[in-house]
Design a protein around this ligand. Structure first.
Ligand code: GAR
Length: 209
């Protein structure tokens, strides 16, 4: 059984999708054992509590530097015997040492079809604002392994979502979450826990069903 840590910063709808999948029995060979929030006011913490999962707060500003924050977080996760880290709307950047420590064991969900609208500065609602500004007719979500390059790690799964003429960033965000993120992320978590994801030397993910 893989111990899963879900790292959050905000509303936690992706966390909820994982918890719901777990309650349905759709996460095979894994369970969410802790939720770590970078924000003590995140509603995601309430979702964890309601599901009976321990929630802890780890804020970067409580540490002397980003490197110290990452080291302390890595140590905490190792003590908890975490096998998979899921970034579900986690808005704090993790450094290279952290990413190396957990190579191919960190999964992130990003609200666009990478390599579009990704990298530094593209997070949350900003991603949908940029997609609407560009006038793309199709957007979507990507689930990928995390490395030191922001949104640059091996891609596990992607799903396209239509952009509608009257979309606002908020409306588009909700559609991308419902039609893509909340479906892709729990599925990728389960595939990981079942040992069905492998990454080639050149960074290509293959899925054995
Ligand atoms: C989600 O749309 C997620 O893809 C995005 O933040 C939102 C968090 O929502 N993450 C990023 O932009 C990371 N680059 P949630 O707290 O309701 O899951």
């Amino acid at each position: 059984m893989v111990n899963i840590a879900v790292l959050v910063s905000g509303g936690g709808t992706n966390l909820q999708a994982i918890l719901d999948a777990q309650a349905r029995g759709d996460i095979h060979n894994g369970r969410v054992s802790v939720v770590v929030s970078s924000n003590d006011k995140a509603y995601a913490l309430e979702r964890a509590k309601q599901a009976g999962v321990p929630g802890v707060v780890r804020r970067k500003k409580d540490y002397a530097s980003g490197a110290e924050y990452c080291r302390a977080l890595a140590q905490f996760l190792q003590e908890q015997d975490i096998g998979l880290i899921v970034l579900a709307g986690f808005m704090t950047v993790l450094d290279e040492e952290f990413c190396k420590n957990f190579e191919n064991r960190i999964i992130n969900v990003h609200p666009s079809l990478i390599p579009s609208f990704c990298g530094d500065g593209f997070y949350g609602l900003h991603v949908h604002e940029a997609a609407l500004e560009k006038g793309v007719k199709v957007t979507g979500a990507t689930v990928h392994f995390v490395n030191a390059i922001t949104d640059g790690g091996p891609i596990i799964a992607q799903k396209a979502v239509a952009v509608e003429p009257d979309d606002t960033p908020e409306i588009l965000q909700k559609r991308v979450m419902a039609q893509a993120e909340h479906i892709l992320l729990p599925r990728a978590v389960s595939l990981f826990c079942e040992g069905k994801l492998s990454v080639s030397d050149s960074g290509i993910v293959s899925i054995s069903e």
